[in-house]
Design a protein. Structure first.
Ligand code: PFF
Length: 450
């Protein structure tokens, strides 16, 4: 009896950590973090990003998991029952609805980028030998200029993602995750090692960690805060949904720290390796979204065993993107099923169909529809900015306010499983620090704070 309960405890804690790390670790860490660091001036961005992870990201990751476990439903249903429990307005359901809207927008461009990685997986099989930086730059340009290829790969990725959600999140994906995530980590270490010997790791280190507070600007701060939300999958209902599967015996604070730690470590490892090659090869750190695709193939072309390692790397990145994509479809699916009474099949197929169509528009924004801009942005940049720089922080702000101002403090304390000073610290951060930080950043960006 004793043994059974211990085993159950471990397996559920492990499963939650696994799927949540699967959601958190994705293109955000390996593709987006390096390119955003490059376009936002390096260390200034990294410094603010780390501060946002600590002051906003981890506390809200804990809050969202706690809301999910207490609400036991999809993001909209969870917010409704928690609002009822607190005697507050059901308008708080808007948190769940923002998440559903945001997930659809995110996946429509995320899937196109995952498509790039699929394309590069095939190229890695052929090998990058003999390609120099000019050839790689041209190759990425060719991909963007080709709507057919972009749409084909995006479609394949959507089929893969919808397929898993259709069957329910299977044991297979979880089991594969257990092997794939450590393998990705190991390959990043190999790349880092190779970067240290054959490229310029110390330049990468300076670029990421040189203390340069004067380079911090409003633009950098908003970008870094948005990225902290994106990389931890916050504000989109994913964590609330996964939290609803959490056993009562699991320590939310401890697992949240592990998840955020693993996520941050993967981003920093990816950043260090990529910039080692960027500086050694005289590439442009601010190259933008194509950065890793124009950089890492050079490393694979030069390193011993690079052919195999290159293929493995891209396969693992596809996998990391896949487990994140699942967490972007599952919350809206459960909402359609539980609230509107749709069958799981109808829900997944309609959602995936909608996202697929939007993704086609995103793919065309690189070529045929290049001239089509809203607020001066193409669809790809627009969906990215709208979600990371607006919807996610707004949802985060509302979650912080709901948790620390609307819910009964006793309920929060009981559910989060903290007591004494630790509870007081976390609660104070969620009550004051996180919401005030988000608000100040917004006010600054819209120009109200000079
Ligand atoms: N955290 C994922 C990444 O870094 O790639 C992206 C993501 C997944 C964002 C799920 C939001 C989400 F709900």
């Amino acid at each position: 009896m004793e043994q059974t309960s211990v085993r159950t405890h471990w397996s559920s804690r492990w499963a939650f950590m696994l799927v949540t790390i699967g959601s958190a670790v994705g293109l955000g860490n390996i593709w987006k973090f390096p390119f955003m660091t490059g376009t936002n001036g390096g260390s200034a961005f990294v410094l603010v990003y780390l501060a946002c992870i600590a002051a906003i990201g981890v506390p809200l990751l804990m809050a969202e998991s706690m809301l999910g476990r207490r609400g036991q439903s999809n993001p909209v249903g969870t917010m409704r029952s928690l609002a009822d429990e607190a005697g507050a307005s059901r308008a708080w359901q808007v948190i769940g609805l923002i998440g559903i809207l945001g997930s659809v927008l995110i996946l429509s461009f995320y899937s196109v980028v995952a498509g790039w990685v699929l394309d590069y997986t095939l190229r890695a099989v052929e090998g990058f030998q003999g390609m120099d930086k000019a050839a790689l730059g041209a190759a990425f340009g060719d991909l963007l200029a080709s709507p057919g290829r972009l749409i084909l790969w995006h479609s394949l990725f959507m089929v893969l993602s919808a397929g898993v959600v259709l069957g329910g999140v299977t044991g297979g994906i979880e089991r594969a995750n257990k092997i794939m995530m450590p393998a990705l980590f190991a390959i990043l270490l190999v790349l880092l090692g190779y970067g240290a010997v054959a490229a310029d790791l110390s330049a990468a280190f300076r670029f990421l960690f040189h203390f340069e507070p004067q380079a911090i600007s409003g633009k950098v701060v908003l970008a870094a805060m948005g990225h902290a939300f994106f990389t931890l999958s916050l504000g989109m209902g994913a964590i609330i949904t996964y939290g609803s599967y959490l056993g009562r015996e699991v320590s939310i604070p401890r697992t949240s720290l592990v998840i955020a730690g693993a996520d941050t470590l993967v981003a920093l490892l990816a950043g260090l390796s990529i910039f080692s090659f960027v500086f050694a090869q005289g590439l442009e750190p601010a190259a933008g979204p194509g950065l890793i695709l124009q950089t890492l193939p050079l490393a694979f072309a030069g390193m011993p065993g690079g052919h195999v390692i290159g293929v493995l790397f891209f396969v693992l990145v596809v996998f990391a993107a896949w487990t994140s994509a699942i967490s972007l479809i599952e919350p809206a699916t459960s909402w359609l099923v539980e609230h509107l009474g749709w069958s799981r099949r109808a829900a997944v197929l309609s959602l995936a169909g909608l996202i697929w169509l939007l993704g086609i528009a995103v793919a065309l924004s690189f070529n045929a529809w290049e001239g089509f801009k809203i607020f001066g942005l193409g669809l790809f940049d627009l969906f990215d900015a709208l979600t990371s720089k607006f919807l996610m922080p707004v949802a985060g702000l509302l979650i912080a306010v709901f948790t620390a101002w609307v819910m009964k403090r006793e309920h929060v304390r009981e559910e989060i499983g903290l007591s004494g000073g630790a509870f007081a610290l976390w609660f104070t951060v969620v009550r004051y620090v996180s919401p005030v930080a988000i608000l100040l950043i917004f006010l600054h960006v819209i120009g109200l704070l000079g």
